[in-house]
Design a protein around this ligand. Structure first.
Ligand SMILES: *Cc1c(COP(=O)(O)O)cnc(C)c1O
Length: 378
């Protein structure tokens, strides 16, 4: 494989990116295994009944998540919108047609202040009114209980960037159950480890959303929604191929559905400890070579070994933090991004230094990254 030759991208003047920033949608998410590409190509040869295909794919998702039912969605983002729609309008055709107007319907969703992200918009797309509780320092159980009323349609629980202050999910589910309110979880970026596919359903969450195109390495545009059958059935009615609901704007093709199902099967069959070793090895290749550069400081953070400690995207993989005596973090980011291939790192988070994730590095790229760091920063 050539480092910078690709007829389709070259024709458009697009350069190659080496992705040290993890599964970012902005950089194309992840690279699908060949098995997924082959499955999608094969799927492209037939017409099928899309309802039948959705149902069958849903059964595979149910099997791997332990949920009653599943649905392939257009990214986790669409899964969030469909979770919301299912909680507000259920399967009632009048209300499905009415959304995002929620007049006369329950539309309040309780969310921890520390769980709010840009993805909130996906809840609001379906008409949700977000009711905030707590802060990053902590949240009291009474804050959750006292905000539950006759307009409450659900409780949102988000595994976004690392933040403190939320009530434990087990406790949230317990309180929600007492009031018969559904708990909807955003676990978009928590894969791998595969254990996280079952974790929240087994705790009693009503619906859980995952990205198909991050660590799962399915088509970038796919996601997974799983959960209670009556809610997933409702979510399906709100979405394509049905024409009546708000989800018609986020359809999934037959090739993408087959691609997601295949990616899920490959993901389950993968020895993730071997993959973790490869990621750590790539971290070592880079850090060993740049340690000798005087102006640079490098630290290596491993992923937690216990799946239950993996509660944010950063914890799903190992990473390096690199800082320089001579350059600001923004300058490091810019210098590495210059040229072809363009090396993209993660910058602008809580820490000093830029982060380098090796989970998206392709064959031979760790060496290219190392050389570029030495050339550009020493
Ligand atoms: C990535 C992400 C999403 C969106 O997932 P897509 O599959 O890209 O639609 C939603 N929530 C969180 C916390 C994410 O990290």
């Amino acid at each position: 494989m050539s480092i910078i030759k690709n007829e389709y991208y070259n024709k458009l003047g697009i350069r190659r990116v080496i992705n040290c920033a993890s599964y970012l949608t902005m950089l194309g998410g992840s690279i699908m295994p060949k098995g997924v590409i082959n499955a999608m190509e094969k799927a492209s040869e037939w017409f099928v009944d899309m309802k039948e295909l959705n149902m069958a794919a849903g059964e595979v998702i149910a099997e791997f998540t332990g949920a009653e039912a599943g649905l392939v969605t257009a990214g986790a983002a669409s899964a969030l919108m469909l979770q919301t729609a299912a909680c507000i309008a259920g399967s009632n055709p009048k209300y499905i047609d009415q959304l995002p107007n929620t007049d006369g319907l329950k539309n309040e969703f309780i969310i921890h202040r520390s769980h709010r992200t840009n993805y909130d918009h996906n809840y609001r797309n379906a008409g949700a009114k977000l009711i905030e509780i707590g802060n990053t320092g902590g949240t009291n159980e009474w804050e959750l209980e006292s905000n539950i009323n006759e307009k409450t349609a659900g409780i949102i629980y988000v595994y976004g960037p690392k933040q403190g202050g939320a009530i434990e999910i087990e406790k949230v589910i317990e309180i929600a159950n007492k009031h018969s309110i559904p708990v909807i979880v955003d676990a978009a970026a928590l894969l791998p480890p595969p254990e996280n596919l079952r974790r929240f359903i087994s705790m009693g969450a009503d619906m859980v959303a995952y990205s198909g195109g991050k660590g799962l390495r399915g088509p970038q545009s796919t996601g997974i929604l799983c959960g209670k059958k009556h809610l997933i059935d409702a979510a399906f009615l709100h979405s394509a191929p049905n024409n009546e609901g708000i989800g018609r704007v986020s359809k999934v093709s037959k090739e993408e559905i087959i691609g997601l199902v295949t990616a899920l099967e490959i993901f389950i069959d993968t020895d993730h400890s071997l993959i973790m070793k490869k990621w750590e090895n790539d971290c070592n290749i880079i850090s060993d070579s740049i340690k000798s550069v005087d102006s640079l400081t490098v630290t290596f953070t491993k992923a937690p070994s216990n799946p239950e400690d993996i509660n944010d995207e950063e914890a799903t993989h190992p990473y390096l933090i690199i800082s320089s005596k001579n350059h600001s973090d923004n300058e490091i980011e810019e210098l590495l991004a210059e040229g072809n291939p363009s090396i993209r790192v993660r910058n602008g988070f809580d820490t000093n230094g830029v982060k380098i994730f090796t989970s998206n590095l392709q064959e031979g790229e760790a060496k290219i990254v190392t050389q570029k760091i030495i050339d550009a920063l020493s």
